[in-house]
Design a protein around this ligand. Sequence first.
Ligand SMILES: [Fe+2]
Length: 160
Amino acid sequence: MILRTVNRWIEKLRKDEGGREAHQQEFIQKLQRNYNDEKILALELEAEAQLLPYDHLKQEVLEIARKEHEHAQKIAQLIRELGGEVDTRIESSYQAKPDGEFTQLLRVEKELGERLMEEANWAEDYGFLHHARVLRELDAEHHMNMENIERVIMRVNAIV
Ligand SMILES: [Fe+2]
């Protein structure tokens, strides 16, 4: 009787273990996609910055881009903590196409922030609590970056 109970218990533990591994793989894939999108956003911001007519505006946008590179690094760290390998090819393969429009980048900032929040909820549901916390911090930074980009848009509009 006891043996049967213990056996059932071991079987359940084994299943949970397998489940966690599957979730871990799924999570790594989600984070890799986030890593790529953070890098793309950073590269687009850098390219846009080069088109700006004033150095102080350029510096401001480069600072936002720096934050986005930092986000990618933090996500890379989360991937490594899950035992995954980070695919960094996007950095050299992506071709940014600046067009002087920041509204599109504002939307990307917003969408990416929302997705980080969704991933954070997902991570929390599956017990990746530290990861969830980091993702929420990144989402908060996206809100700050959105405000900064809005300020840049207003200044650019004031110049034209
Ligand atoms: Fe970001």
